[in-house]
Ligand binder design. Structure first.
Ligand code: AKB
Length: 316
């Protein structure tokens, strides 16, 4: 049975991944950590307050719990990273290098998510290949490409079992994302239920890859459980399930809520970032090397999001 450490468990991915991993590997085998106390995660299983920039503290938690696998989820996202690029570098790369070093010393495997943000305007726009030009124009993207290279280096130089996926914008109804360019695709569902209106910060016709959280969680586990002999790539795999523009998601919501309206107040930073990213990724390598296959499309996700958010807001 794996003994897992989640670094940055309080964020959008971590809050759901922790519960998902605890269901598979047992509550006691998944240690959640975050820079802040997270009551819900602490009630379910082991939880430690941990600053990911403190390598000694991370090493001590790894030894104390006999950890063999680290999920490093710490990151300032793309839009917030452009407000303070120095801090984004410090946090994103600090958490990464500490996770890799602790993993090297204590012989752990490491999963660190990469992103569609690792690509830039000179990457092919449609069906962006697995191996291609990667010249991102955001600090978030620079950190993601660095993370991919560092993770591959730790694998080839030190034999650390590093693996990663390039996540699209992640859509979920549990924890809100914060500071990303794709956040609008979560916020739109909340506003559809709350007020029936949404002001979109991203231009109407910009395509970006997106994914529903259940597919993203499954991808993490399937990749970490994959037979290493079959992995030609490691850091990081393109994965994809759906790609849409604000107009397309709006039309999908309107099929269920005909009175829903959307207007635009485009944020120039988000516009520049969104336009620099691919329209869609080619995930053939993930499909071939570890059997990746998405289960959620835009229509099914929209039904599920609206139903869950309706229940959540009614209870609030
Ligand atoms: C962001 O928008 O910054 C993230 C991402 C696509 O990595 N959601």
């Amino acid at each position: 049975m794996k003994r897992i450490l989640i670094v940055g468990a309080g964020g959008q991915i971590g809050s759901e991944l922790t519960t998902y991993l605890r269901k598979i590997y047992g509550d006691a085998n998944v240690v959640a950590t975050d820079v802040r106390e997270c009551k819900a995660l602490a009630e379910q299983g082991p939880f430690e307050v941990l600053d990911a920039l403190d390598a000694n503290a991370m090493a001590s938690v790894v030894s104390r719990y006999g950890i063999d696998t680290i999920f490093n989820l710490v990151a300032l996202l793309s839009a917030v990273g452009e407000k303070n690029p120095q801090l984004a570098w410090k946090v994103n790369i600090g958490a990464l290098t500490n996770s890799l070093e602790v993993a090297r010393e204590r012989k752990c495997a490491v999963f660190t998510p990469s992103s569609i943000g690792a690509f830039g305007p000179s990457s092919p726009k449609d069906k962006t290949p697995q191996d291609t030009v990667m010249r991102p124009t955001t600090m978030y993207g620079v950190c993601k490409v660095t993370g991919e290279l560092m993770s591959d280096y730790y694998h080839s130089r030190f034999g650390v079992d590093t693996r990663s996926v390039r996540f699209p914008g992640l859509i979920s109804n549990v924890t809100l994302p914060g500071g990303g360019t794709t956040d609008y695709a979560v916020e739109i569902y909340y506003e559809a239920i709350r007020s029936g209106r949404f002001t979109c910060p991203v231009p109407s016709d910009v395509y970006m890859d997106m994914m529903y959280m259940p597919d993203a969680l499954r991808a993490c586990v399937e990749l970490m459980e994959a037979d290493p002999a079959k992995l030609v790539h490691r850091n990081s795999f393109n994965i994809a399930s759906m790609s849409f523009t604000p107009e397309v998601i709006c039309a999908e919501i309107r099929k269920r809520l005909p009175d829903f309206t959307m207007d635009y107040d485009v944020d120039p930073v988000k516009k520049a970032i969104a336009e620099s990213w691919p329209n869609s990724l080619d995930d053939t390598c993930a499909r071939e090397e570890w059997g990746w296959k998405p289960e959620w499309d835009l229509s099914r996700m929209t039904d599920d999001m609206l139903e869950h958010i309706r229940q959540k807001l009614a209870l609030a």
